[in-house]
Design a protein around this ligand. Structure first.
Ligand SMILES: [Zn+2]
Length: 314
């Protein structure tokens, strides 16, 4: 059976508000105490071991440290999702990047998890400097890329709804991203890249929030879409890496201020139901593990991609 993976970006309420340009983020509102146990329960019901990408600024707080401890105790891998969750991470200097990665590692270890070997940036982008930092710090993989043409659309909506963010024009990647591979590969410095899988050929996202958007239109549309995506993955030999977020199990009242976010009108109980169905279908066709185990199962014969090409492809 082909190996597939499930990972969760433990983005907190404040991080969504920050990206949206809502000043309420500065009070750092959190929904981790509700979201984490609910997600762990769904994973537990399916006997799944996943990878959870944790934000450093949360791991240094009580509720975030508790989340890291609970996630680790349940047998999941904890990985690094940057410290400040700034989607414009690719503008950071090498020194700033190093600090982002190192501070998060320290917070994760202090909360009781092993030192992370996987990284995912908050804006679906990687830079040569970031890949250097990861290699130097002993990371085995990066999982930041989302090979889709949806990026520019997401940026368009973001710019309309959050004019206060000057950095928006570089958010969510450029059109060049669609040329990025949908399959894992190895960077020249040895770090493995495990892209967030998009629908083979069509290159549209298949992750949780996208399915919820469809679910809002029609539940059977969302299911049909996901089934079609998995069929394409199987026929093209892609072991999908499925990305989830806390919003995939939270209702509108549990994420105050996020009414703007796609899928928030779907009640929590319906969301949990859809997620359970998604994980069940995935497990029927693939051996499902976390991203670290997915990378380990890929073996040594991955295509190599030149870090220098990044700057040209945008
Ligand atoms: Zn994130």
């Amino acid at each position: 059976m082909t190996v597939a993976s499930v990972s969760l970006d433990l983005d907190n309420l404040w991080a969504y508000l920050k990206t949206h340009g809502d000043p309420a983020w500065e009070r750092r509102p959190s929904f981790l105490r509700v979201a984490t146990p609910r997600l762990l329960e769904v994973f537990g019901e399916h006997g799944l071991t996943t990878t959870v990408f944790v934000v450093g600024a949360d791991a240094v707080r009580d509720d975030g440290a508790q989340a890291v401890a609970d996630i680790t105790a349940a047998g999941h891998e904890v990985a690094n999702h940057s410290f400040g969750h700034e989607p414009w991470l690719h503008r950071y200097s090498r020194v700033e990047l190093e600090a982002e990665v190192a501070r998060t590692e320290d917070a994760i270890v202090a909360a009781g998890a092993p030192r992370p070997v996987g990284f995912r940036g908050p804006g679906y982008s990687v830079t040569p400097d970031l890949l250097d930092v990861l290699a130097a710090r002993g990371y085995r993989y990066d999982a930041s890329t989302l090979p889709t043409w949806i990026g520019p659309l997401a940026r368009f909506y973001h710019n309309r709804s959050a004019p206060s963010t000057e950095e928006s024009d570089e958010l969510f990647g450029g059109f060049g991203k669609v040329r990025a591979p949908n399959r894992p590969y190895r960077w020249h410095n040895g770090v493995v890249e495990l892209p967030v899988t998009t629908m083979p050929l069509l290159r549209v996202p298949i992750h949780g929030s996208y399915l919820l958007q469809l679910h809002q239109v029609s539940p059977s549309l969302a299911r049909g879409y996901f089934r079609a995506a998995l069929r394409l993955c199987r026929s093209t030999g892609v072991g999908p890496s499925l990305l989830l977020h806390p919003t995939d199990v939270l209702g509108a009242t549990e994420a105050p201020g996020m009414e703007f976010f796609p899928g928030m009108a779907v009640p929590a109980v319906r969301k949990v139901e859809l997620l359970g169905w998604v994980l069940g279908v995935l497990r029927r066709h693939f051996e499902v593990v976390g991203t670290g185990a997915h990378v380990a199962a890929l073996g040594a014969e991955l295509p190599v991609r030149d870090v220098g090409r990044l700057e040209r492809s945008g």
